[in-house]
Unconditional design. Structure first.
Length: 404
């Protein structure tokens, strides 16, 4: 099996996912074009050599509908022979898209592919694509559906994570992300978004809230209590997990991931294509995995996905230097760390989605790039990126840095 090598990673800044956000005026295809053109121009790439472009999109309707990936290929000025496809594995879509690109290279069916994702949450809100899981009562009852915020509170209740525990993790995420920006740790991968006149619209992560403290977070009201108590979702969760007796509502806007806009791209190829261009490979994708998990608690899959990916790579937890786990909710991170026995000093060292935001379809590709940049900065070798996934799934990818 051939090596799948990462040659470059790029992402846009994350813009606030609301009408006042800096990226709201730009359609999602503009964000995708920014990422695709950056990966082309930075690498002096003849796009006729690209075998496929795969983009994750979680709400594939309206401006993100049809096949945005193929249209973005054309709109970005790529060779018309380059195909494109969009995929949806909920929050892991950007990482799964990159894994699919890697699989094509590993199998010898592609020499060069781009994985990544895009999500304009300000223009195509969460839930826009609907679907029977949440909207068909018969399906919802059979699968014991609850909203993700209830699942996050269920995790905290079941494993005894207090509001203070979660807020402490959230404040740490803000502190680490602010420091990362101050020290220029994101500079290699972040490319500015420009309008049609070439004017920079956004060149930094807009959602960040420096100065956040445990004390300031303590003033926020639980976000999912009404959903749980008044709409019956707490009862559904307790029916599935009777040992908890009741749900403690401890998550709120400050210890949950932020709603943002953004896009990312990862250039994955063979050794042969790298030699053609004189590129130095930055990392090897050693293994990846997606798993299914119990759908009511929903968000506990990343640890098992990481174990499965590591096993495929011939590694174990002790071989990993740095971890990136999407901060969908603070309890997800705490459960991931406890399950795998991790020190928080090696997890999300530059903050995460609580501080920076979670542009659903793009996040997986974004955190993979952040992970690689930090492995290089610290002169470390092995990293794992992982995400929890709606409907009870998890995805993880193992990368090994290639030293110059």
């Amino acid at each position: 099996m051939a090596d799948a090598l990462i040659y470059d990673t790029v992402r846009t800044p994350r813009g606030k996912g609301k009408a006042g956000g800096a990226l709201h005026t730009l359609a999602p295809i503009e964000l995708a074009r920014t990422a695709l053109q950056a990966v082309r121009d930075r690498n002096e790439l003849d796009t006729a050599d690209v075998d496929d472009v795969i983009l994750g999109i979680v709400e594939p309707v309206d401006e993100q509908g049809s096949n945005l990936a193929r249209v973005a290929v054309l709109y970005s000025g790529y060779d018309q022979g380059v195909p494109g496809v969009q995929i949806n594995r909920y929050c892991a879509s950007g990482l799964v898209a990159t894994n699919m690109a890697a699989a094509q290279v590993m199998s010898g069916q592609s020499q060069l592919a781009v994985g990544g994702g895009v999500e304009s949450m300000s223009r195509v809100p969460m839930g826009s694509s609907r679907g029977p899981w949440a909207t068909d009562p018969q399906v919802s009852m059979y699968t014991r559906f609850v909203p993700q915020g209830i699942s996050a509170d269920l995790i905290a209740t079941k494993w005894g994570y207090s509001r203070t525990d979660l807020d402490t993790l959230a404040a740490t995420s803000q502190e680490r992300a602010a420091q990362a920006w101050q020290e220029g740790r994101f500079a290699r991968s972040v490319v500015p978004v420009r309008d049609h006149n070439g004017v920079v619209v956004l060149d930094h992560d807009e959602y960040l809230r420096p100065g956040t403290t445990v004390e300031s977070l303590a003033t926020l009201k639980p976000a999912f209590q009404q959903l749980g108590e008044h709409y019956g979702f707490d009862a559904v969760a307790v029916q599935r997990y009777p040992e908890v007796e009741g749900i403690e509502h401890v998550h709120h806007a400050g210890n949950s991931s932020g709603i943002v806009d953004g896009a990312a791209a990862v250039l994955v190829g063979s050794r042969e294509i790298g030699r053609k261009y004189g590129w130095r490979p930055r990392a090897r994708i050693r293994g990846f995995a997606s798993i299914g998990s119990e759908p009511t608690i929903m968000l506990t899959g990343p640890a098992d996905a990481a174990r499965k990916a590591l096993k495929r790579a011939g590694m174990d937890v002790g071989d990993v230097d740095l971890w990136e786990i999407n901060e969908a909710f603070a309890s997800v991170v705490m459960r991931f760390e406890e399950d795998l026995g991790l020190d928080h000093a090696t997890v999300n060292v530059n903050g995460g989605a609580i501080a920076l935001g979670h542009p659903l379809g793009a996040t997986g590709a974004m955190i993979l790039g952040t992970l690689l940049d930090e492995l290089e900065r610290r002169d470390l070798t092995v990293g794992v990126a992982a995400l929890c996934v709606g409907a009870g799934m998890g995805t993880a990818t193992v990368i090994e840095r290639i030293e110059a």
